[in-house]
Design a protein around this ligand. Structure first.
Ligand code: FAD
Length: 300
């Protein structure tokens, strides 16, 4: 029989009461899988994993963990490789946010979207496209699985970054579960009867909780800015004789603000294609398939 969690049955019962037994993971193999990121480095295995459905359930779980003195780690789509969501200490609670994947409000009047943090970029992109809008930054290349909360926490960049920079710059407000389980709202939604379309409501509290890899709190909801979706998307690719020439061209493109995404393979990446047994040309062909599917992310 597989080894189960070392948590007391009383503590397990509390988490089950908070999120339901189907959303509590105590099986050791499953906990190990969820505690290991794409670096595949060995680390601590969470004592228990919970999958809350909303801010309230998440807050309850963090409150239970805080009163039991358990370290809490957030996990989004699990697409990172920097040991960001691998527990560092024994006896940790891992919060798997993928069940919190609802698009809560699409407001094309005030041009914002509010989404649960476990929503993938792909799901969000597709929901917004029905309204001919998108977020300025609209996901990393891993956006089929990577979540809004994960990208905000690592301040990812890629789709849309050529014009609109990193994930954090598309954020207008966040709902944060603090270490004691308290719920904090940032941005203008924090105002009594306020709407979430304005990032500054006093000092920029939203900024504090972006690019924090979840160290300052767990994002349960995010409000992101909207822009009109482009009517046409076109792609071009170029080869360069040197890294310097490529970087010089990318710098010009960035200054002129004419490219939503601008991605280059340096000699190190070219080499790693070859090391994996296929030529750079073959690697580019795969990327071309991804890119030429309208909207890029759809190609994933
Ligand atoms: C094939 C591939 C392509 C990639 N492409 C890109 C790319 O184009 N651009 C790029 O920047 N990165 C890229 N990455 C890296 C990574 O996928 C991104 O950084 C992605 O945004 C991580 O999101 P996630 O939901 O998977 O987060 P996770 O990997 O689950 O977590 C990342 C970090 O955020 C924390 N976290 C997650 N959710 C929350 C939350 N709700 N509240 C608080 N903290 C949280 C975790 O604790 C962890 O520290 C790529 C990775 C792969 C494997």
């Amino acid at each position: 029989m597989r080894e189960q969690t070392s948590l007391s049955s009383e503590a397990v019962e509390q988490f089950i009461k908070a999120v339901g037994s189907a959303n509590v993971v105590i099986d050791e193999v499953a906990r190990k899988l969820l505690s290991t990121d794409l670096s595949f480095q060995p680390g601590e295995i969470a004592d228990i994993v919970v999958c809350p459905a909303d801010s309230k359930e998440l807050s309850t779980c963090v409150t239970i963990a805080a009163s039991a003195n358990m370290p809490v780690v957030a996990r989004g789509g699990g697409m990172s490789y920097t040991q960001g969501y691998q527990p560092e200490l024994p006896g940790s609670l891992l919060v798997d946010l993928r069940r919190m994947d609802r698009v809560i409000e699409i407001n094309t009047e005030d041009m914002y979207v509010t989404v649960q943090s476990g929503c993938t970029w792909k799901k969000l992109y597709e929901a917004l496209l029905e309204h001919d809008v998108r977020t300025p930054y609209f996901g990393p290349l891993s956006g089929m699985y990577a979540t809004v909360g994960g990208a905000l926490s690592q301040n990812s960049l890629f789709l849309g970054s050529g014009l609109y920079n990193t994930t954090a710059e598309s954020a207008l407000g966040l709902t944060i579960i603090l270490a004691d389980g308290a719920i904090l709202q940032t941005g203008s939604a924090a105002h009594k009867n306020g709407q979430p379309f304005y990032r500054h409501f006093g000092p920029d509290m939203t900024g504090i909780f972006t690019a924090d890899t979840g160290a300052f709190g767990i994002k349960s909801e995010a409000t992101l800015r909207l822009i009109e979706a482009p009517e046409v998307t076109l792609f071009m690719s170029f080869g360069f004789d040197s890294l310097e020439a490529m970087l010089h061209t990318q710098t010009i493109l960035a200054r002129k603000r004419i490219c939503a995404e601008c991605y280059g393979f340096d000699p190190y990446y070219n080499k790693s294609f070859e090391n994996q047994g296929f030529t750079f040309g073959e690697g580019l062909a795969v990327l071309k398939d991804v890119a030429t599917t309208e909207g890029g992310i759809k190609g994933l």
